[in-house]
Design a protein around this ligand. Sequence first.
Ligand code: AMP
Length: 511
Amino acid sequence: MNHNLFAALRGNFPQDRDSVAIETTDAVPHYYTWRDIDRATAMLANLLESLNLPEGSRVAVQTEKSVEALMLYLAVLRAGYVYLPLNTAYQAAEIEYFIGNADPAVVVCSSKNFGWVSPIAFKAGTTHVFTLNEDLSGSLLERAAHHSDKHTPTLCQHDDLACILYTSGTTGRSKGAMLTHGNILSNALTLKAYWGWRGGDVLIHALPLFHVHGLFVAAQSALINGSKMIWLSKFDPKTVVANLPRATVFMGVPTLYVRMLAEPGLTREACKNMRLFLAGSAPLLIETFNEWRDRTGHTIVERYGMSETAILTSNPYRAEDGERRGGTVGFPLPGVGLRVQDDTGQPCPAGEVGGIQVSGPNVFAGYWRMPEKTQEEFTTDGWFKTGDVGRVDDKGYVTIVGRSKDLIISGGYNVYPAEIEGFINEMPGVAESAVIGVPHPDFGEAGVAVVVPKPGTHLDDAAIVQSLKTRIANFKVPKRVYVVNELPRNAMGKVLKNQLREQHMGLFSQG
Ligand code: AMP
């Protein structure tokens, strides 16, 4: 049997291959049928095969989001090579690291970056550099146009490598998570069943393609259900809201929900055909969760996942599976094992905070060319240490408290930033906050809070400290509070705590 992921996706395309699979939201929309996807991915796969690349070759891709970039991903799977997406924000030094580490045979970049990407690639031993632009120009499609639009998907085993996803590196050097055809397919099938994908579903795709959320969770869920996508090349709240009446499913990172709430057009009426709003990749504030429900009548399903595993837990879709609880990431998905352990490797009782470990067919095969790191991150009985800290309550709901590397140890006590952020966020006038630990001569580490006010509000740092002192133990109260206009975030809406830490590193050591 062929375990090629592309073959499995194509097996679920609708019978009517001439129906629309993807509709863009450009000024002049483009329509792609299922047949277009099949033919274009065949041509690209044939182009890749004509290059006589060694087996298991990596194809590294740093291009702007386009339907053709999605086709390239599918073509790499189809031809049995390994897809390696790169964040479009990465600059030369970062690209040099990824290309040096992954050693790709093929690199695809935008024409505007060819001048600096190609020397880096050729120096690292890459044999082919193609270009692909948002306007469909570039050498990749020109070359593919000369190839046949028929192609039999390459025979793959379920444990053959399909993708390398570099972790966002918010807590250290980026590592390449190796995902197999079997890892990705198992998660896609689980999500299809758990989130009740059905005939007639239409997904609004507004996420980047270089990350697990936009690539596996969003695009692939639609493909494996044979569902149409309404495609935005860049997130724009007005465009999403305008398209809601024609859609049934939307997936976003929390910041996208916040930006959509600022649109007056977001009403119950606009959402009346919607079936499901999903959020993840970063914590969804309870305020956003509640405001969304009040405005639209829909309760967001928050879920939790990561590059190494795709999706691990989700709030229930079906009412009979339980209520959707804001502030939690729901239950482990069917087939996913999740446990919480303390520092000594003992299981934590219900409700107690510890390190989250997971197992299941979706868990990756290890970090690319980092065997020691891989060994460190797996327990002796084969569970993956996610690096997230959290708890499971007596009903089985999982709550993420933060990354273990963000944990603050102040005067020997553990301080969980998410707990302090929760208290600060409840204060009047606060939009959001981030709490970090920085070196302190007496306490080892001290908490620092960085707080963003709601528009038009004035916040007083001393008043925030005072208010916290009446509500939480003194050792948890941040030693310093900064009021700022915004928090630094990466493209997936995650707060860049390492950047904040660096900024405030010398705060207590200077004298
Ligand atoms: P990435 O590999 O870039 O997808 O990042 C994965 C990390 O994002 C996880 O390990 C979590 O720390 C965080 N994350 C993902 N989903 C959530 C969520 N719903 N709530 C809180 N953190 C999340």
